[in-house]
Design a protein around this ligand. Structure first.
Ligand code: GLY
Length: 255
């Protein structure tokens, strides 16, 4: 990976979408500090990190991964599933084009969040979720006709990558309880190895070469993640977690 794209945390972040109200309200200043540390971790591992300014009209805009799917030299700019988030993608598209990516747009009634798309080698797995519908999946298939696209039902959680991410060429980390998701992936990739972690949030890890960025504060899951054979890099993101955020959704990575 050469370039990563991130978007800053807006001052309206506490108004973000979330599955449940956190017992302790979101601390926006702390969220920004945690985001800055995340960006620092990317800077140490990418040739370049493009930073887009926050847009206070979109409290969730720091979850920039949801706005596009990048495969090779092409990006499908999404039509986010949550109406409140539609429009976040407008500022992302020119940034992707400036990086040399050929951008494709989605059209209604299709919806798709990038958090529902997991690329594993030549295969693309896409979650059919509250955010990504059948038309969105059809437009994803049309955007990347050279790839096989496998639909996976997301019965729990926000996105597909809320419960599974890649931590190696043929290794995934999966939240305990998401066995059906792991089984769907294994049907397409029988050689896949799944590491099941008890803490669902740790199933969203960011694999960057020899390093594996993971949420700090979950020792039992960390012990299991160590089996991936990567250098574990803990990232504190308590305030972003309150917004159902994970480590992949805070950036777009350009291969
Ligand atoms: N808070 C992230 C989302 O709901 O999209």
């Amino acid at each position: 990976m050469r370039v990563a794209l991130v978007r800053h945390v807006p001052e309206t972040f506490a108004e973000c979408l979330r599955s449940e109200a956190p017992p302790v309200p979101i601390d926006v200043a702390r969220a920004r500090a945690q985001h800055a540390a995340y960006v620092g971790a990317l800077r140490a591992r990418f040739e370049r990190v493009v930073e887009l300014p926050a847009d206070p009209r979109f409290p969730d805009c720091c979850f920039v991964e949801d706005t596009a799917v990048i495969v090779g030299a092409r990006a499908l700019v999404s039509r986010p599933g949550a109406p409140e988030r539609r429009g976040e993608e407008v500022a992302v598209r020119p940034a992707l084009e400036a990086l040399g990516l050929a951008c494709l747009a989605m059209s209604a009634p299709a919806t798709l969040d990038g958090g529902d798309v997991l690329v594993l080698g030549d295969e693309i797995f896409v979650g059919r979720s509250r955010r990504t519908n059948a038309e969105g999946i059809a437009q994803l298939c049309a955007a990347f006709p050279e790839r096989r696209v496998h639909e996976v039902l997301v019965a729990r959680g926000l996105h597909l990558k809320s419960s599974v991410t890649a931590v190696g060429e043929r290794t995934i980390v999966v939240a305990t309880g998401a066995e059906a998701v792991a089984a769907a992936i294994a049907r397409a990739l029988p050689e896949i190895r799944a590491l099941f972690v008890p803490d669902v949030r740790v199933a969203n890890a960011l694999w960057l070469g020899d390093d594996l960025l993971h949420l700090s504060g979950y020792p039992a899951s960390r012990e299991i993640l160590a089996r991936a054979g990567r250098r574990l890099v803990p990232i504190e993101a308590s305030e972003l977690e309150k917004a159902d955020g994970g480590l992949t959704c805070l950036s777009l990575r350009v291969p």
